[in-house]
Each structure stands twice: as C-alpha cells, then as structure tokens.
Design a protein around this ligand. Structure first.
Ligand code: MN
Ligand code: MN
Length: 285
C-alpha cells in the first residue's frame, strides 16, 4: 500500500467525500533520462501554492468555495511497472468516485496510467518533446514514451501534443498528432490550438502539462529544458478554452534541484487556474 504524505496543497481543506477536486502527488522519477529530481516536485509545488490569495478575482472565484482535497503522495515501491499499476489503481479510485483528479509528478510516465482510468476521452499534452518512442532504454513506461503509451489506452487520433520542438529520428511520427512551437509562434496560439482541438472527436479532455513545454525562461526547473517554448499565457488560453470539457489534469517534469523557485510557483498557479476555470464552468451548468 502506498504511504501518504502530509503537507497539504493550499486551501485543500475538503474531505475526500466532499471534494470535487482531488490532488495526488507522485514523487516518481526512476526513468528520467538526462537529470533527475522531479521526485521533489510534489512537496515544492505544495509549498509554492501557499503564496497565492484564495481569490481568483479575474474569474470571480474563491478557493473558500471550491472543494479541494489533497490525498497526499503515492510513494514509489517496487519496479517501474508496479509503480505505473499503483498510479492506475489510484486514478481509478478517483474517477469511480466522480472526482476531478490533479496529479503532481514526478515525471511524465505517470500520465498514461491516469489516462487509462478514464476510458473514452481525448488527451492533450503540452510538451517540448513528442514522447513518441515505442520504448526507451529498454523501458516501455519511460517518460520518453508517454504520448505513445497514452495512445495505447485511448487510440490513435484521440490525442495531440502542443508546443513540440524536439523529435528524434527514433520516433515514427506517422500516427502522431502534434503542433510544433515554431508554427505556433508563426501563426498564433489561438489559431493553431483551436484547429488542433477541432480534430478531437471526443468531448472530455484530460490535459497533461509537461512543464518543459513552457519556455525555460519561465520554467527553468526541469530535467530536459528546450528553448523556443510556449508561454504561461498560452497555457492559460488553453485551460480557458477547454473549460468544462476538462476532466483531469497533471503537471509533470518539474525538477526542483534546477529551479529558482518560479517553476514550482508556475505549476501551482496553473493547477489553481484549472480548478478555478472548471469550477466556474460547473456552476453554469
Ligand atoms: Mn513529456
Ligand atoms: Mn518534455
């Protein structure tokens, strides 16, 4: 059984039963390829979350009203495959209970087992990398294979990556849907994102934010930084555009040992943005 951590995300004061949003940390970075450290992010993101006001005045929402539960951390036990199974079991528990899950990685290999818990959904990843290898260093559950594993669960055509600017010749991109950051810069985030979104056939969308999708100027604390990224404003546009279509969210690949603190703050702020936007949309139903 996983062990639970104690430091709570800011304003996550609801019980599991009463919560609409449930936060889970996964301090897992066993497959990280270049430099590790993402296992520290659940703690630093929770710490960073304490910096914000409870109100999101621009949305007219306050976290005094938004029922959020922090379920603590899922600690690593056993092999990579066993960890992936444990994440899937946790995600299934949240989905079955009708919760909106927010996972804090850890590395990107935590996303496919969460997606698998939902069944027929669409997935959008924000990522500098396509993560489309069949396997990497002998591991199918490597973070370099995240997008590929997501498609194993939801099928080709039901996911796209946004902000990509690193693709290896090891990756067979023939079945991949993605928008690269060079085109996004030329044509504009709104135009390119809306066009990509129109290709998805399923309405419910799970959003996975690999923090390295955002430019390292804004998000330096990550294991594989890649220049020419999108900005926090672009991510904010995407969250707002998805609105009530959102069914779950994760932020992965934040690496505190390489951070000046701002990357954890940004991750925490985007989590709050997702909850505020979704909450507001739920009130209008
Ligand atoms: Mn990734
Ligand atoms: Mn990446």
């Amino acid at each position: 059984m996983p062990i639970r951590g104690m430091l709570r995300f800011a304003d996550a004061n609801a019980s599991f039963e009463d919560a609409r949003f449930v936060i889970v940390g996964v301090p897992f970075d066993k497959t990280t390829s270049f430099r590790s450290g993402t296992r520290f992010a659940p703690t630093t993101v929770r710490e960073a979350s304490q910096t914000f006001e409870r109100e999101n005045f621009e949305h007219g929402t306050t976290f005094e009203d938004i029922p959020v539960h922090d379920a603590g951390d899922l600690y690593e036990e056993g092999s990579v495959d066993e960890m992936v199974d444990a994440i899937h079991e946790e995600a299934k528990r949240l989905v079955a209970a009708g919760k909106f899950p927010l996972f804090i990685g850890g590395e990107h290999s935590i996303t496919p087992p969460v997606v698998k818990a939902f069944g027929d959904i669409s997935v959008i990843t924000i990522d500098a990398h396509l993560d489309f290898r069949q396997e990497y260093q002998g591991l199918k559950n490597s973070h370099a294979c995240a997008h590929r594993r997501i498609l194993d669960h939801i099928g080709t055509g039901n996911a796209f990556a946004f902000g990509v600017r690193s693709i290896s010749s090891d990756e067979d991109v023939s079945t991949a849907l993605y928008a690269d950051s060079f085109r996004i810069h030329r044509e504009g985030t709104e135009k390119v994102f809306d066009e990509m979104l129109s290709k998805l056939k399923r309405t419910p969308v799970y959003l996975s934010l690999d923090i390295d999708g955002i430019d390292p100027a804004y998000a330096p604390g990550t294991g594989t930084p890649e220049p020419f990224g999108i900005t926090p404003w672009d991510v904010r546009y995407i969250v707002g555009k998805l609105g009530d279509r959102l069914v779950g969210f994760d932020v992965v690949e934040i690496s505190p040992p390489y951070d000046n603190g701002n990357t954890s703050v940004l991750g925490a702020r985007i989590m709050r943005e997702v909850m505020a936007v979704k909450w507001k949309a739920m009130q209008k139903r």
